[in-house]
Design a protein around this ligand. Structure first.
Ligand code: CFM
Length: 554
């Protein structure tokens, strides 16, 4: 959008006193010209026009080799993110032991198994084929078969899923053939994922592969209609730090019947009859929009974007759901829940706000939290100077309206798009076209997501796949009051004297969703931005300038 950059040259927008275009050039200056050109496309000075349009950002493209990225791999997105939180599937990592070990419980996705019914919970186990030289040379299919048989013998699970790591793709093991064979032999659902770490450009590819697999092998396999009114599925909520528990508490209070969550606090049985719900809600758009889209095409379930991070956002989302069901009593009940819950949140905010007002945050997280958490910071009167995603696509930044303009490149073409059609027996439109239109006229947006940038201030710097070098530069220039990222960044940032809040695992905290979660977050951010501990800390390079070598703070 040429117009935007013209505006900037005429009247520079100030980013906390800095000209954002100057900041951008400072981040790029040390790069070789080719790298700088690539990175420049992924750094955008935000500007929202009257129609809510924002500048184009480069996203979902390969990381330049040599740059230290925050990103994870395809296997992480498939096994760790989407399938990992389901308690009663035996998830076997087919690969070297490290892939299984480092994806085991580190994400802090919690679960609440039904202990009265002797139900399965395999989350405390780490299953892997522990691939060795021998399998790399002679093939790993035999060992995989053995692993599946052994897991079945020991645990008698309802389902076994197999996840391919990089070497599996390189040596060409046919995990799908093995799974088919074992499914036949054992009589349980055994399914595989070709989610080799190197596929795609980030963990985002793994989400898509996981969505395809769950949709193909599980969703729609059980037509049991559960009792209850106002049936919903919650998509893209993974129960990190107990978030799903708080959201489920609110759903219960409101009288919604939760059929399935994909996939926090979930059982495979929930996915199997999730097509019997009447509405899909998407929390994390990036990781799960594919399931919502496919369910809409095949079963006729509409979807709405919601957000339970932030008290205001929570209230708004609960109201949206009630509005969808067009039931007066339900709306009243939801209003009563909000009225009962909100005062405590507001009182906490009022108490804390004088200490957090005007503080500045930077958020570089995943594919949805960098957006959602800006709500909580705004409720504390804090300003988001800069934000970005590791692996989101343009639609997560600019809104789904740009979907038709997104170019399909070789990397995205590598990830299968399933050909989905309306199910001849199970397709059932949940609302008439007229009632969908009426709801839209009232302000409900179906299958819509506005993205992160339209909600950010003009002049904020939006950076996709931020590199380590850029992170350090940003910290040196702005000294934000808090930096939000993950464990890989945490200690480097703290050594600069800046507190880092992990927004992936929540450090040791949470939940942060819903009303109770907002209170937890306010309290914790207050402690973090007002603690003086970081200002007392001197990093080795501050005491011994020779260690800083050529690194400057310009
Ligand atoms: Fe969705 Fe997530 Fe996220 Fe994500 Fe993730 Fe995560 Fe994340 Mo870490 S599914 S995109 S792949 S909200 S694991 S629970 S915190 S990067 S912002």
């Amino acid at each position: 959008m040429a117009k935007v950059s013209e505006d900037i040259t005429k009247e520079p927008i100030k980013l906390d006193g800095h000209n954002p275009e100057e900041v951008k050039s400072k981040l790029l200056i040390k790069y070789p010209p080719k790298v700088a050109r690539k990175r420049a496309k992924q750094m955008v000075v935000n500007k929202v026009d009257a129609d809510g349009n924002v500048p184009v950002i480069g996203a979902n493209v390969r990381t330049v080799p040599g740059l230290i990225s925050q990103r994870g791999c395809c296997y992480a997105g498939c096994k760790g993110v989407v399938l990992g939180p389901t308690r009663d599937i035996v998830n076997i990592t087919h690969g070297p032991v490290g892939c299984g070990f480092y994806s085991w419980l580190t994400r802090r996705n919690q679960t609440d198994p039904d202990t009265t019914a002797d139900a399965h919970n395999f989350m405390t186990y780490c299953f892997t084929t522990d691939m060795q030289d021998e399998e790399i040379i002679f093939g790993g299919e035999k060992k995989l078969k053995q692993a599946i048989a052994e897991a079945y013998e020991n645990f008698h699970p309802k389902a076994i899923a197999v996840f391919s790591t990089c070497p599996v793709g390189l040596i060409g093991d046919d995990v799908h053939a093995v799974c088919r064979e074992m499914k036949e032999k054992l009589g349980i659902n055994v399914f595989g994922f070709s989610c080799e770490g190197y596929k795609g450009v980030s963990q985002s590819a793994g989400h898509h592969i996981a969505n395809n697999g769950v949709f193909t092998h599980v969703v729609g396999t059980d037509d049991t209609v559960k009792e209850g009114d106002f049936k919903i599925n919650m998509l893209g909520e993974y129960n990190i730090g107990g978030d799903a528990f708080e959201i489920e508490r609110l759903f219960d209070l409101c009288g919604f019947t939760l059929i399935s969550t994909f996939s926090g606090n979930s059982s495979i049985d929930f996915f199997a009859n999730s097509h019997t719900a009447d509405l899909n809600l998407i929390m994390c758009h990036r990781s799960i929009n594919y399931v919502a889209e496919m369910m809409e095409t095949k079963y006729g379930l509409p979807w709405l974007k919601v957000n339970f991070i932030g008290a205001e956002a929570t209230a708004k989302s609960l109201r949206k759901i009630a509005e969808y069901f067009e039931d007066e009593k339900l709306m009243e009940r939801v209003e009563a829940v909000i009225a009962a819950e909100l005062p405590e949140v507001e009182q906490t905010a009022v108490r804390i706000r004088p200490r957090t007002e005007g503080k500045r945050a930077m958020l570089f997280v995943g594919g949805s939290r960098a957006h959602h958490y800006q709500e909580l910071f705004a409720e504390l009167g804090m300003k988001t100077l800069s934000a970005g995603y590791e692996f989101a696509h343009r639609d997560d930044y600019e809104g789904r309206r740009v979907l038709p303009d997104i170019k399909i490149d070789a990397d995205s073409r590598n990830i299968e798009e399933l050909d989905v059609e309306a199910d001849p027996n199970k397709y059932l439109p949940r609302k008439s076209e007229a009632s969908i239109k009426a709801l839209e006229a009232q302000g409900l947006t179906f299958a819509g997501y506005e993205g992160m940038m339209p909600e950010m201030d003009d002049g904020a710097l939006v950076i996709d796949d931020i590199s380590h070098h850029e992170t350090e530069k940003m910290i040196a220039m702005f000294k934000p009051d808090i930096f939000c990222a993950g464990i890989k960044e945490k200690y480097v940032v703290q050594k600069h004297g800046i507190p880092l809040k992990q927004l992936h695992s929540y450090d040791y905290g949470g939940p942060y969703a819903g009303f109770k979660g907002a209170i937890n977050f306010y309290e914790e951010i207050d402690r973090m931005v007002n603690s003086r501990i970081w200002s007392y800390l001197k990093a080795p390079w501050q005491q011994h300038p020779e260690l800083a070598a050529k690194y400057g703070t310009d």
